[in-house]
Write a protein that binds this ligand. Structure first.
Ligand SMILES: *Cc1c(COP(=O)(O)O)cnc(C)c1O
Length: 750
């Protein structure tokens, strides 16, 4: 990359009479011209990350930072009278839903950033995750028309398109390549479906509703579409050089399956080798077992994909036949190993007319990894216990991570500059160079507190502009930002806030430091309870924010359209991070890592990566509460939430607001349904399945303890500093290095 050349070119761009979109396109294009010059170099052995989501966020600032020209370009255009921050209008390409897709993006960033050849394969959706708006407190979804800003950071590779065949149609997969910048330039290749109106539907929406048969078929098509395009391409590239003997294929191709959405790629690999190249099934399977690796991201039964054999057969008869054959081969192997009947059932690829994509992945993958210590323990002991018994060598843990480039350098330039001053710039490439001890000795805690105030002010201004409500300037900013799901327990936070509110109305909590609760979350469009919880929190927010007695004391803000760019602001501007999932349910969490990296203290449960965060940063610096996995397993049978409200009039007063008319659900009956779920359960679950009421009292106590500690500003700043400075383990650079060493066996390219 020739930096001088690039800056010269950028200086020549005139801003006269141009729109934000024009300039965005022109500046991006000038950068791309430079980037493509060093793009195509690939080492022999490459790893590929197959994921149905890539939640990249805004590329512009990140790429200019990687090119090392961000500040210069800012200045060049400031002189011309154009503020580069106006590109904040440019919407994120939200080609992902939440943690899973953001992890994929962090991993691509870290691999390029540290010099590993890791490339992404996914889908170029016409519309990403919907944009969220609130109408009378209800979530409204709007199509995410991200292409209206153009797509200057991708290149369409017309000549590399390929055909993906279904029983009833052929679909053209056209690649769009996006450079991923760092020490190397890697590639994120997203396929767009073309050829007919029906074909185009395949890459139209991320996660189309799958509650109908048609919806399920569309999902299967999406998954097969990009999996087959990716694997087909890998095989063709290999055959060009080595011909139809596949012995060396695994030497050059490492395929990492990000959850089960790409498991059809295994079947496609077996199909191509056995049918097109006449490799025996046994041999093809051997090769697959050296090529594929699988990451499990969830133990929620509803998220562990099973597809009806009949549906797969209808549009992909050969793939269905391959998966059936895989079951036969597997059963033979299990017989030889002496597996019992129930163990075989647990591991089966095909059972009761359904394909288990997770079991297919576990059987074939060379490595199976969970995403935090506790999660890996749970998949070994529960979810895949039989497989772990017979294939223990497959299983390992790689705790997730987040890239400090986006989640520190880009979103918190002030803190980054402070680190530069104390440690030099080496930490940018190796976060473990941060040292809490040296930082504190250099008076870092006070500086960090000053920076936190500045970031809170920036966040408050942004929220005021976007939401029309101004966060209190001197409050504790307490944030819960993540997808809306019952297991993440935003409802428990809502109840805790109401408890505080009623206590204050009763004249208690005299020394309370003002708190502003900030929520950001989207509910899946068909998820009724999640939507009800959004409406409920918005009702609470309205009541509290318009109560004159609460002015300057308590405030609740639910921001609209939480996405990567919003996250960058909230994460840098929060004092406290809420991570309160039911123990055993959050596989890892990565939002918690970003907040820790920016110095937030955690109020959280012993779940997912929280456990490792508490280990790394110190229990005394965080507020850990609630039942553990072991405790929940013990009480599970006997748990009765009615007993809790029977004992506690305070909790009863709070849960009663779901049914006593305190808040309006617009006549939908949704609040009543939430109440029923808590106290009666539903067809598929017992009362209060996620133990919201069980942990509530301890949650309130943890919040109050944090609140009272906050009054000692010096001690609290020290806690924040110890969190930020001890977060190195949660860099995705560490996670990628672990994948590279233990799973992919790839070296850093020099
Ligand atoms: C990090 C991130 C997530 C994941 O958050 P969790 O708290 O781990 O669920 C989701 N959405 C966005 C936009 C993110 O940046």
């Amino acid at each position: 990359m020739n930096k001088e050349e690039l800056l010269k070119k950028l200086t020549l761009i005139s801003v006269e009479g141009k729109t934000v979109k024009d300039l965005y396109g022109e500046i991006s294009a000038a950068c791309m011209e430079e980037i493509v010059k060093t793009w195509d170099e690939k080492p022999a052995r490459n790893a590929y990350y197959l994921s149905v989501e890539f939640l990249m966020g805004r590329m512009f600032f990140n790429n200019l930072m990687e090119l090392g020209v961000l500040n210069e370009v800012r200045n060049i255009f400031a002189e011309k009278g154009f503020d580069l921050n106006r590109f904040e209008e440019v919407e994120d390409a939200a080609l992902g839903n939440g943690g899973l897709g953001r992890l994929a993006a962090c991993y691509l960033d870290s691999a390029a950033g540290t010099g590993y050849a890791l490339h992404g394969y996914g889908i170029r959706y016409r519309y990403g995750l919907f944009r969220q708006r609130f109408e009378n407190g209800f979530q409204k979804e709007e199509a995410d028309d991200w292409l209206k800003w153009g797509d200057p950071w991708s290149v369409r590779k017309e000549s590399e398109k390929r055909t993906v065949r279904f029983a009833d149609m052929d679909v053209t997969a056209v690649p769009y390549d996006m450079p991923v910048l760092g020490k190397r330039v890697n590639t994120l290749r997203l396929f767009q479906a073309e050829g007919s109106e029906r074909a185009e539907k395949i890459s139209e929406y991320l996660y189309p509703a799958d509650d109908t048969e048609e919806g399920k078929l569309l999902r299967i098509r999406q998954e097969y579409f990009f999996s087959a395009a990716a694997v087909g391409e890998r095989i063709d590239e290999y055959v060009k050089v080595y011909g139809g003997r596949f012995d060396r294929f695994p030497e050059f191709n490492v395929l990492q399956l990000n959850d089960t959405h790409a498991v059809f790629s295994v079947a496609e690999f077996l199909r191509i080798l056995t049918q097109e190249y006449k490799v025996s099934f046994g041999r093809a399977l051997q090769l697959a077992r050296k090529t594929f690796h699988y990451t499990n991201h969830t133990i929620l039964p509803e998220a562990l994909e099973c597809w009806d054999e009949e549906l797969v057969s209808r549009i992909l008869p050969e793939i269905a036949a391959i998966l059936k054959k895989l079951q036969v081969f597997a059963a033979r192997e299990w017989q030889k190993k002496g597996c019992g009947k129930s163990e075989q059932d647990e591991m089966s690829v095909l059972r009761n007319g359904r394909f288990s994509m997770a079991n297919a992945a576990v059987f074939v993958a060379e490595h199976v990894n969970g995403v935090a210590e506790i999660h890996t323990k749970i998949i070994k002991e529960r979810l895949f216990s039989a497989a772990y018994k017979y294939y223990p060598e497959k299983f390992l843990n790689v705790t997730n991570g987040v890239t400090q480039r986006r989640w520190l350098m880009l979103c918190n330039e002030e803190l980054s500059a402070l680190y530069d001053g104390i440690f030099g710039t080496g930490w940018r490439e190796d976060l473990s160079l941060l040292s809490a001890e040296n930082f504190l000795r250099a008076g870092g805690a006070e500086q960090l507190a000053k920076i936190k105030r500045a970031k809170k002010k920036q966040l408050a201004e942004y929220i005021a502009k976007s939401e029309g409500i101004t966060p209190m300037p001197d409050a504790i900013y307490v944030s819960q930002v993540k997808r809306l799901h019952e297991y993440k327990r935003q409802l428990m936070t809502a109840f805790a806030i109401l408890r505080l509110y009623y206590a204050m109305k009763a004249g208690e909590l005299a020394d309370f430091v003002p708190m502003t609760f900030i929520f950001g979350a989207k509910a899946a469009s068909g998820y009724r309870r999640a939507k009800a919880i959004i409406k409920y929190i918005n009702e609470i927010a309205f009541k509290i924010n318009s109560d004159a007695e609460m002015q300057g004391k308590l405030q609740v803000i639910f921001v609209q359209n939480y996405d990567v760019s919003y996250a960058e602001k909230i994460i840098a501007g929060s004092d406290v991070s809420l991570q309160v999932s039911t123990a055993g349910f959050e596989a890892s969490g990565t939002g918690n890592m970003k907040l820790t990296m920016n110095g937030a203290v955690t109020v959280g449960t012993m779940d997912g990566a929280n456990i490792e965060i508490a280990q790394q940063t110190g229990l005394r610096n965080n507020y850990i509460f609630g039942a553990t996995v072991e405790e929940l397993a013990r009480i599970n049978e006997s748990y009765d939430p009615s007993e809790i409200v029977g004992r506690s009039p305070e909790i009863k007063a709070v849960t009663d607001t779901l049914i006593d008319g305190t808040f309006s659900d617009g006549g939908s009956g949704d609040f009543k349904e939430l109440h029923t779920a808590l106290f009666q359960g539903a067809s598929w679950h017992k009362p209060d399945h996620y133990f919201v009421l069980y942990d509530l009292e301890q949650y309130v106590s943890a919040l109050l303890k944090m609140n009272s500690d906050y009054r000692n500003a010096g001690a609290f700043a020290r806690k924040q500093a110890e969190n930020a400075l001890n977060s190195a383990f949660f860099s995705s650079d560490r996670a990628i290095a672990t994948y590279a060493e233990k799973i992919w066996k790839i070296d850093r390219a020099q």
